[in-house]
Design a protein around this ligand. Structure first.
Ligand code: 13P
Length: 283
């Protein structure tokens, strides 16, 4: 069932696990993810970046495709369709109008005051349509140098100001995670994560789930993380499978066969993540 993220993340917060946010890039990815999550009885957040939405044709195409898959594959687990890193009010509005059930407004590149203003506007629009809203503060994916110098980490008082003023449902505080592969050891500020959790009592989101050791994922969940975003890791697994398929069968030309070369590796990786996050049988 397509729904917003409120119920699924409140349950995750109460019961101490995290719901996977897996980015989709095409029809096959959406289908594989839904099939695995249904089989594992795990709730799922399908994350769609602005670039991925554009690649697939636009927000309407994505929303209709996901709704079609849920119906045709008889998917009964809770599914949220979520705009990942919406950069403007306009992008969020388009996704909401197309039928997305959740949006992230990422105005973290602006000053705190501007971030609050833009986020407030998105919340006002989203609430009318029962769409949930995530916002970001700090700088996720800062360079290693910035992170070492403690630049870009979310400040507790800024988190409080954003949540209280903009009335968002979930917060993604940048606390040392990066998108893509980590160059050195990830340096996550768990102490601040716990302070933010204790102070605000809303579900927290961890971006940059790829490459984080299992202990960091588990500790993050203990410190208030209820949603973990993963993209690059699935891309790597899927691409390795496709490469092998093409290398093993030089005569393959059916796109369905080439693309599904990545299916098994990607599905196995999803099962592993669901078990690590603890979301199996929570649907
Ligand atoms: P990774 O690509 O590092 O897994 O991050 C995904 C993400 O945070 C999407 O918002």
């Amino acid at each position: 069932m397509l729904e917003n993220m409120c119920k699924m993340l409140d349950k995750a917060k109460k019961e101490g696990y995290a719901v996977p946010h897996l980015n989709i890039n095409n029809l096959e990815w959406a289908k594989y993810i839904l099939e695995v999550c249904e089989q594992q009885h795990s709730p799922i957040i399908l994350g769609v970046s602005e670039g991925a939405a554009k690649y697939m044709g636009g927000y309407n195409t994505v929303a209709m495709m996901v709704k079609g898959l849920i119906k045709d594959l008889s998917i009964n687990i809770p599914v949220a369709l979520h705009l990942d890193h919406g950069s403007t009010f306009e992008a969020c509005r388009k996704a909401i109008d197309a039928g997305f059930t959740s949006v992230m407004i990422d105005a973290s590149r602006f000053s705190l005051e501007e971030n609050i203003e833009i986020t407030k506007k998105v919340v006002k629009y989203a609430k009318k349509k029962r769409v949930s809203v995530e916002a970001e503060i700090g700088h996720i994916g800062g360079t290693e140098d910035e992170i070492s110098a403690d630049i870009g980490y979310a400040k507790l008082e800024d988190c409080i100001a954003l949540v209280k003023n903009a009335k968002i449902d979930f917060l993604a505080p940048a606390l040392g995670s990066v998108h893509g592969l980590y160059k050195g050891e990830p340096k996550i500020d768990f102490e601040r994560m716990k302070q933010i959790k204790d102070e605000l009592n809303i579900p927290l989101v961890l971006h940059g789930g790829t490459g984080l050791p299992d202990e960091i994922i588990k500790k993050s969940i203990e410190c208030g993380i209820c949603k973990i975003n993963i993209n690059t890791e699935l891309q790597i697994e899927w691409a390795a499978g496709v490469r092998k398929k093409v290398a093993d069968d030089q005569n393959v030309y059916d796109p369905r066969k080439i693309i599904s070369g990545g299916e098994d590796r990607m599905k196995d990786a999803i099962v592993t993540k669901i078990n690590l996050l603890g979301s199996a049988n929570k649907a």
